[in-house]
Design a protein around this ligand. Structure first.
Ligand SMILES: Cc1cc2nc3c(=O)[nH]c(=O)nc-3n(C[C@H](O)[C@H](O)[C@H](O)COP(=O)(O)OP(=O)(O)OC[C@H]3O[C@@H](n4cnc5c(N)ncnc54)[C@H](O)[C@@H]3O)c2cc1C
Length: 399
């Protein structure tokens, strides 16, 4: 159990007084936040933390956000929410010292290279190979849907190092330099008109053994840390009441519908009310979960938050588009490459969010897979049949 940090508020006060966030450039502020252990309060000392609890981390985030501090999570979304907790648990002291600080400040953006054309939900069946060559490893294969790889300095990759082992056992994790020779990144355009994710090709790309994360053959344990944190990171946030998409829905209702008293407007009001209740229940559930959660790798309950947030975003963005009436059908053009920014997913144009939210039930594990996890690991229902259990990866037929 994490120790309570008795002087946490005093530490936050000192940071805000000595490094005023509104008068300091974001990299300098975030660097100071890291050095004082207020980056991830629930991480160990020296890793940007103070050995506190997730609830203390949440408290710190809220206080800093209210004071106008920059948000590290938005500047490096994959690095902050998924890669950093994985390095903190599995990294060597050298890896923690080298990578966590520039990751937090956003000076080095990270991506996560798990999914492949033939391995998404069943990511343990991946085929990208890593073969030992002296003090280095040679990477060959293809990853896909790699968010922000086009701006990433580094990526967390899992690759097959022993095809004779069953699929979960022959995998190893590495921290790969995305600008190294043999790494090619090709952006993919999505329904929103933006390119947010990429195909990544590895052709004899060299990774030093010092950049191996965890033991040889222990990549699945490393990946589970990342995936559990991904689910909490996507679904487990505790935004202020009436913020994000529900805030946008309330704003549209007040602006366009509140003045009307006809039966249709009353029906719309009932729909907005129901959406508000659902959003609030989801927010309070996440709050309670973050209070109860101990430091360390989150458990399968992260899948509940992830599933609820995917369905909630889709329902709320659909409501917003309906509230806009015919204007909901207008959509701008242009095909920008997505850059890390200071803006949150839930505060943009609702028409774009409506299209983007379709991906919420796919990214970070599909809603069907979340239901499987909840069924098996939370409710204790019978597991799915697994025909490839105990079979060497090389002997499992694949398309
Ligand atoms: C916006 C976005 C960003 C992403 N970013 C990243 C990233 O940064 N890094 C990364 O590695 N990956 C990323 N992904 C990939 C994502 O993790 C995969 O798309 C996801 O895990 C699903 O895999 P798949 O697309 O191969 O679908 P498949 O696994 O082929 O699934 C196809 C369909 O079958 C269903 N299905 C599969 N298995 C089961 C089962 N056992 N029971 C019931 N139904 C099942 C699925 O629910 C789905 O409907 C991203 C995806 C999106 C959409």
């Amino acid at each position: 159990m994490a120790e309570t940090i008795t002087d946490l508020d005093a530490r936050i006060d000192a940071l805000l007084a000595e490094v005023p966030p509104r008068a300091t450039d974001p990299v300098t502020f975030l660097g100071e936040q890291f050095d004082r252990g207020l980056a991830w309060v629930h991480f160990p000392v020296g890793c940007g933390g103070l050995g506190g609890s997730p609830a203390e981390q949440q408290h710190t985030l809220v206080r800093l956000a209210n004071a106008g501090a920059p948000t590290a999570a938005l500047r490096n979304v994959i690095g902050y929410g998924m890669v950093a907790p994985t390095i903190a648990v599995h990294g060597t002291e050298e890896q923690k010292a080298r990578f966590l600080r520039p990751l937090f400040t956003g000076e080095e953006v990270w991506c996560q290279l798990f999914s492949e054309p033939g391995a998404g939900s069943d990511v343990a069946s991946l085929a990208t190979r890593a073969e030992r060559d002296g003090d280095e490893w040679l990477l060959n294969g293809q990853k896909v849907w790699t968010t922000l790889a086009h701006v990433a300095s580094y990526g967390l990759i899992i690759a097959r190092t022993d095809p004779d082992q069953p699929k979960h056992r022959g995998i190893t994790a590495f921290l790969v330099d995305m600008r190294a020779p043999g790494v090619e990144v090709r952006p993919l355009y999505q329904a929103t008109g933006e390119a947010e994710f990429n195909e990544c090709f590895f052709t004899d790309a060299r990774v030093p053994d010092t950049r191996r994360l965890g033991g040889v053959g222990e990549g699945w344990t490393v990946a589970i840390t990342t995936l559990m944190n991904e689910r909490v990171s996507i679904g487990g946030g505790v935004p202020p009441r009436d913020s994000g998409l529900i805030g946008q829905a309330l704003g549209l209702w007040r602006e366009r519908w509140a003045v009307r008293a006809d039966p249709y407007a009353r029906a719309v009001r009932a729909r907005v009310l129901e959406a508000w209740v659902r959003a609030e229940v989801s927010r309070l559930t996440n709050w309670r979960a973050s209070d109860l959660r101990d430091a360390g790798t989150p458990g399968p309950e992260g899948s509940v938050a992830k599933l609820a947030s995917a369905e909630g975003n889709q329902r709320l963005s659909e409501l917003c588009v309906d509230l806009l009436g015919a204007e909901g059908m207008l959509y701008g053009s242009g095909y920008p490459l997505v850059r890390p920014s200071e803006t949150s997913y839930a505060t943009g144009d609702v028409r774009k969010l409506f299209i983007r939210s379709r991906a919420n039930s796919i990214e970070g594990g599909t809603s069907e897979v979340m239901r499987n996890i909840i069924g098996e690991r939370v409710l204790g229902l019978a597991a799915e049949p697994r025909a490839d259990k105990g079979v060497a990866w090389k002997d499992v037929p694949r398309g």
